[in-house]
Design a protein around this ligand. Structure first.
Ligand code: PGA
Ligand code: ZN
Length: 424
């Protein structure tokens, strides 16, 4: 099967934070059309592929993407339209070569991501299969429904409160099915809102749909979560609803190398001590970006000390980059990777990063960005690759639930698909 693309079109749309992003459409001669929306992060890793923003302060405070849109409609369209490609991977290779930079800053990673996502959608459509089935076929993986991780309290760069840790997630590890996991997430979310209101906290939301109360100690948030899990009738812990953290520590590391948490300045080892105390006291099963992206010696020690007890996941430190992940694996850093297509720029490179993790027995979690659209590609990506974990924010807000709802639809149509954390 080949891909013959007739038209390539991008427009500037809005993401979930009122910030411009791209929607890309690919069309074939017979009228098959696919569309992709491009996500965007706020607490980005410094080695991520580079989003192209216009910098024109007279529009959207410099955040416009008309330059990236122009690259899709001109240079990329010329390279793709009217040409025949062996596969979507072949389209990705063409995009990477056309851009020609290591960081994809010339055409813009946001331009490339949109075209890449739409190309994989197109290949699946032309093959007459569901996207997740097509991705499984291409990657040689066993499809599996993932355990959803619901970000129900937002801090850090995603909220205006004083909470330094960025994400507090519900992980319904004990749920027997995806649908029951979603139900647990939504029921605990409702109980959490009630509890926050009862204790006099604001119940306004952060960027990912979680609550953003004026609480600064992470332990106080964790206690609230445990109480809300209990209120909702679930058992806090791995047999019921566990908790995952993404402190996003690069964001609260100070120039002097110390980490500022709830008014205290902590060394790497003191912060690891704090995590250890948290794990002793609360049902936390996973810690993402517990230390800053450039604190590699700290990461080695954190993995040594906590890696047998919890999942130690790299996001900003790995940026879905196959070369960085390979280097980190050789240094025994972390035991798990967060996966975001727009950190690296194409689906092909993302699948490569995922394969490297699988081969090293590193677990993986597929992730949305804090700035999102209604695009649900990541739901198909996580199912097709059998990665076993996804995070897409709270069980609230349209751009967040679009992904969970897509998972529910997949499981409803394919009830025999396994549901669990991946084996490794
Ligand atoms: P971001 O946050 O999309 O703002 O980078 C998500 C995360 O850190 O996991
Ligand atoms: Zn993160």
């Amino acid at each position: 099967m080949t891909l013959q693309i007739a038209q390539v079109n991008a427009v500037e749309i809005l993401d979930s934070r009122a910030c411009p992003t791209l929607a890309v459409t690919l069309t074939t001669n017979d009228g098959t059309r696919t569309r992709a929306g491009v996500p965007s992060g706020a607490s980005t890793g410094s080695r991520e592929a580079v989003e192209l923003r216009d910098g024109d302060q007279s529009r959207y405070r410099g955040q416009g993407v008309l330059g990236a849109v122009g690259h899709v409609n001109d240079e990329i369209a010329q390279a793709l339209a009217g040409h025949t490609f062996a596969s979507a991977a072949d389209v990705d290779r063409t995009l990477i070569e056309l851009d020609g930079t290591d960081t994809k800053h010339r055409l813009g990673a946001n331009a490339l991501v949109g075209v890449s996502l739409a190309a994989w959608h197109l290949e699946a459509a032309l093959a007459g299969t569901e996207l997740w089935q097509h991705l499984a076929h291409s990657a040689g993986t066993e499809p599996r429904l993932p355990v959803p991780h619901f970000n129900v309290v937002n801090g850090g760069a995603h909220a205006t409160n004083d909470l330094d840790f960025q994400e507090f997630m519900l992980a319904p590890l004990g749920a027997p099915s995806l649908a029951e996991a979603v139900r647990a997430g939504a029921e605990v979310y409702a109980q959490l809102r009630a509890r926050l209101a009862a204790e006099g906290h604001a119940t306004g939301l952060g960027d990912e749909g979680g609550f953003a109360p004026a609480i600064d100690r992470p332990e106080d948030v964790l206690q609230l979560l445990v109480d809300a899990i209990t209120d909702a009738g679930y058992t806090p812990g791995r047999d019921g609803v566990a908790i995952a953290l993404d402190p996003a520590a690069s964001e609260f590391r100070q120039p002097d190398g110390l980490y500022r948490v709830a008014g205290q300045a902590l060394s790497s080892d003191q912060l690891i001590d704090r995590y250890e105390a948290i794990i002793d006291r609360f049902p936390v099963w996973s810690i993402e970006d517990g230390l800053a992206e450039d604190d590699w010696p700290g990461w080695v020690r954190m993995t040594e000390r906590l890696g047998d007890r919890v999942q130690i996941m790299g996001d900003d430190i790995f940026v879905t980059n196959p070369a960085i992940i390979t280097e980190a694996i050789s240094k025994k850093i972390a035991n798990s990777a967060l996966i975001k297509v727009n950190q690296i720029g194409t689906v092909t490179e993302t699948l490569d990063a995922m394969r490297i993790c699988r081969e090293a027995d590193y677990t993986q979690m597929v992730s949305h960005r804090s700035g999102e659209t209604d695009d649900a590609f990541i739901a198909d990506l996580v199912v097709g690759t059998g990665s076993g974990q996804i995070k897409s924010g709270a069980p609230a807000r349209g751009e967040r639930v679009a992904k969970y709802n897509r998972l529910i639809e997949i499981t409803a149509a394919h009830p025999s698909l396994p549901y669990s954390l991946a084996a490794s």
